[in-house]
Ligand binder design. Structure first.
Ligand code: NAI
Length: 413
C-alpha cells in the first residue's frame, strides 16, 4: 500500500526526533521490550488518527513491533510533522498525512488509511470514528474496538452512543486517570505556553492572561500562566468550576468583562464561539488570541475576519487582524491547538502515560473486545495502577506499601 507524505528525504530529522523522545518514555520502552517479543497483535490491522509527531510515531512503531499492520493519519492539519511522517514510512508503516493539508486531503488520508480494513482503531477527536459511521460503514462489522484520546472525541462518542448508533466498543482513553490527570493538566499546561512563547517571544509576566474554561486543560493553562508571573483571569460557564478557580486564587469574571482587560486570551473549553464579535469589539490594541481546545471553533474566526479591514500573516503562525479603529488583534496558529500547531505538543514524559493508556486499552480490546458491548467504556482501573507503577519505578521513586493491618482497616484485604 502506497503512503502519502510530503517528502521521504525528510526522514533523518524525523528519526532524530523519535529517538530523542524515546529517552523520556520508560513506560513505552517497557511495553516495547515485552510485546515486541510476544507480538500479541500479529495478523491484526490498526488505524491510528493522532497528532502525528514524534511521541505518536514512537507509539505507532511499538504497535508495529507488537505485530500489527499500522496505517496512520494526522488528527489536525497543522499538527503533522512531515519529517516524522517520513521516518515512519521508512520504518514500514502506512502513512497518510502532511502538514497543512486541506480539509479534502484530510478526509482522503483517513479514507486511504481505512483501506487496510482495521480490526482496531485509535482516534483523537472523533473524525476517524465519524468517517467509519458515515462513508465507510462497510468496515464497521470488522472492527473489534477502539479507543479515543481526547475530551472532545469522547463527547462525540457519547453523543453517538446515546443515539444508539455507535457500532463497536470504544474505550474512553481520555477518561483514564493516567491520561487526563497528567496529559490534559500538566501536558497542556506546559506545551500551550511553550507554543505561545516560541511563536510570539513576548514576556508573560505582568500580562493579563484570560483562560477560558477551567476543566483539566484550563487548570493546567492557568497554573502555568501564574508560574510565569501572569495576572490570571478565568472565565467559566460551570458554577462549580468557577468556585474552584476562585479558591485556587484566580479572578473569575464573564468574558464580556475579561475581553476589555486581557492581553493574552487562551481558550480550552471544547465549546464553540467562546470568544466572538462582542468580545473582539472591546479588546485592547495588540491582544493575542490562542486556542488549545481540540477544534478551531472556540475563537469565532469568521466573525473576527468580518470585523477586520485586513488580515495578514506577520510572522509564522501569527496573523494580524486590523480593526476599523486601527486596533490590531493577533491570532496564533489559525486558532488551532497552539501547542501542536505551533509547537511539539506535550512533553514526552507526559505522553508516556497517555500512550501507555492507549497501548493497554488496545491490548484489553484484543483480549476482551468481542465480549464488550457496543458503546463507550472506561479503561479497567487496574491498568491505571500498573502504568503508574511502571512510571514510578522508571523514575526511581519508591512509595509505601499498605501493611496487612492497614488493608484490613481500610477494608481492602
Ligand atoms: P473539560 O470538560 O475538563 O473542561 C472544559 C471546561 O470548559 C469545563 O469546565 C466547561 O464548563 C468549560 N466551558 C465550556 N464552555 C465554556 C464557555 N463558553 N466559556 C467558558 N468555559 C466553558 O475538558 P478538558 O479535558 O479540559 O478539554 C478541553 C478541550 O481541550 C477539549 O476540546 C479537549 O479535547 C482539548 N484537549 C486539548 C489538548 C491539547 O493538547 N491541546 C489535550 C487534551 C485535551
Amino acid at each position: 500500500m502506497e503512503s502519502m507524505i510530503r517528502d521521504i528525504k525528510l526522514a533523518p530529522s524525523g528519526h532524530d526526533k523519535i529517538n530523542w523522545v524515546k529517552n523520556f518514555m520508560p513506560v513505552m520502552a517497557a511495553v516495547d521490550k515485552e510485546f515486541s517479543v510476544s507480538k500479541p497483535f500479529a495478523g491484526k490491522k490498526m488505524v491510528i488518527t493522532l497528532h502525528l509527531e514524534a511521541k505518536t510515531a514512537y507509539m505507532a512503531e511499538i504497535f508495529h513491533h507488537a505485530g500489527a499492520e499500522v496505517a496512520i493519519t494526522g488528527s489536525n492539519p497543522l499538527s503533522t510533522q512531515d519529517d516524522v511522517a517520513a521516518a515512519l514510512v521508512e520504518d514500514g508503516l502506512h502513512v497518510f498525512a502532511w502538514h497543512d493539508c486541506t480539509p479534502e486531503e484530510y478526509d482522503t488520508f483517513i479514507n486511504k488509511a481505512l483501506d487496510i480494513k482495521p480490526d482496531f482503531v485509535i482516534d483523537d477527536g472523533g473524525d476517524l470514528v465519524h468517517m467509519l459511521h458515515t462513508k465507510r460503514r462497510e468496515l464497521l462489522s470488522g472492527i473489534v474496538g477502539g479507543s479515543e484520546e481526547t475530551t472532545t472525541g469522547v463527547h462525540r462518542l457519547r453523543a453517538l452512543a446515546n443515539e444508539g448508533k455507535l457500532e463497536f466498543p470504544m474505550i474512553a482513553a481520555n477518561d483514564a486517570y493516567c491520561k487526563y490527570l497528567f496529559d490534559n493538566r500538566y501536558g497542556t499546561g506546559q506545551s500551550t505556553w511553550d507554543g505561545i512563547m516560541r511563536t510570539t517571544n513576548v514576556v508573560i509576566a505582568g500580562k493579563n492572561v484570560v483562560i477560558a474554561g477551567y476543566g483539566w486543560c484550563g487548570k493546567g493553562g492557568a497554573m502555568r500562566a501564574r508560574g510565569l508571573g501572569a495576572n490570571v483571569i478565568v472565565t467559566e460557564v460551570d458554577p462549580i468550576k468557577a468556585i474552584e478557580a476562585v479558591f485556587d486564587g484566580f479572578r473569575v469574571m464573564p468574558m464580556d468583562e475579561a475581553a476589555k482587560i486581557g492581553d493574552i486570551f487562551l481558550t480550552l473549553t471544547g465549546d464553540k464561539d467562546v470568544i466572538r464579535k462582542q468580545h473582539f469589539e472591546n479588546m485592547k490594541d495588540g491582544a493575542i488570541l490562542a486556542n488549545s481546545g481540540h477544534f478551531d471553533v472556540e475563537i469565532n474566526i469568521p466573525e473576527l475576519e468580518s470585523l477586520s479591514v485586513s488580515r495578514r500573516t506577520v510572522r509564522k503562525n501569527i496573523e494580524e487582524f486590523k480593526q476599523k479603529d486601527g486596533r490590531k488583534i493577533y491570532l496564533l496558529a489559525e486558532g488551532r491547538l497552539v501547542n501542536l500547531a505551533a509547537g511539539d505538543g506535550h512533553p514526552a514524559e507526559i505522553m508516556d502515560l497517555s500512550f501507555g493508556v492507549q497501548f493497554f486499552s488496545a491490548l484489553h480490546l484484543l483480549h476482551h473486545g468481542k465480549e464488550m458491548t457496543k458503546g463507550v467504556h472506561l479503561m479497567p482501573e487496574e491498568i491505571n495502577t500498573k502504568i503508574a507503577e511502571i512510571k514510578l519505578k522508571a523514575s526511581g521513586i519508591a512509595i509505601d506499601a499498605l501493611t496487612p493491618e492497614q488493608k484490613a482497616y481500610l477494608n481492602m484485604a
